[in-house]
Design a protein around this ligand. Structure first.
Ligand code: ATP
Length: 231
């Protein structure tokens, strides 16, 4: 695996609001909130179901735009970058573990982890080697050539974590990364995820209901009345 340390990345939310239309009303999930994640920092996001954890991660990962306010990456206002600029940032800097893994069903586990690397210009040989290394670290080396539909939920989730780390992101955003795993596997997978993130110098924001995992990170935040506040 590459030992290259990722570029230091700072994520900031400035006065971010996000509302959704619900019938005739606006449902406000985030309300003029600020937040900063510093290079190399691992932060847990612990909040009850439905309070907006996924929404926050999608905004931070530039998958959705805020209704108001802006998301800054290394001081750059991402609203001004345009879709192409945001797509390049997502590809080159951000790894995202979705709550429901979203693997591509027609590709094998190994190919799912290779694809983001190929899109970023990596050679097939290097992409395969990193994919095999990562899948091995997460204990799914026996599934390299399996299609996601033939894998267990936990194996798919571990593959999705490997995929999120494929391009050595400087920012990892993870939505319940160990939600599909039993306690022992969750500990192992989370321990490995932390090792890779720390080793590669990434910053991470991890939504989890697991307070023991949260306690192992640098700090924990929660959502209260639409604001991101210390837990
Ligand atoms: N695209 C959308 N359109 C309308 N409402 C939405 C949309 N996405 C999320 N919501 C609403 O926003 C609220 C927050 O949802 P979100 O998925 O961010 O919560 P969460 O804290 O991640 O929940 P969980 O822990 O259950 O995954 C919910 O009430 C949800 O119904």
């Amino acid at each position: 695996m590459s030992e290259a340390v990722s570029r230091a990345l700072t994520l900031e939310l400035q006065q971010v609001s996000r509302s959704y239309r619900s019938g005739d009303d606006d449902l406000t999930i985030l309300k003029e909130t600020d937040f900063a994640l510093h290079p190399g920092e691992m932060v847990a996001l612990v909040a009850p179901s439905g309070t907006g954890k996924s929404t926050l991660l999608h905004l931070a990962g530039l998958l959705e735009a805020p209704s108001r306010g802006d998301v800054l990456i290394n001081g750059k206002e991402t609203r001004r970058l345009g879709e192409a600029g945001r797509t390049a940032l997502r590809r080159d800097e951000i790894g995202f573990v979705y709550q429901f893994h979203h693997l591509l069903g027609e590709f094998t586990a190994c190919e799912n982890v290779m694809l983001p690397q190929l899109a970023a210009g990596q050679s097939p040989r290097d992409a395969r080697q990193r994919a095999e290394d990562l899948l091995g670290r997460f204990g799914v080396q026996h599934r390299l050539e399996s299609l996601p539909g033939r894998m267990s939920g936990g194996e798919q989730q571990r593959t999705a974590i490997a995929r999120a780390l494929a391009n050595a992101p400087s920012l990892l955003l993870a939505d319940e990364p160990t939600g599909n795993l039993d306690v022992k596997t969750a500990d192992l997978v989370f321990g490995e995820l932390t090792r890779v993130v720390r080793q590669e110098g990434a910053a991470a924001l991890v939504a989890t209901h697991n307070e023991a995992l949260a306690a192992s990170m640098d700090r924990t935040v929660t959502l209260r009345d639409g604001k991101i506040v210390p837990f």
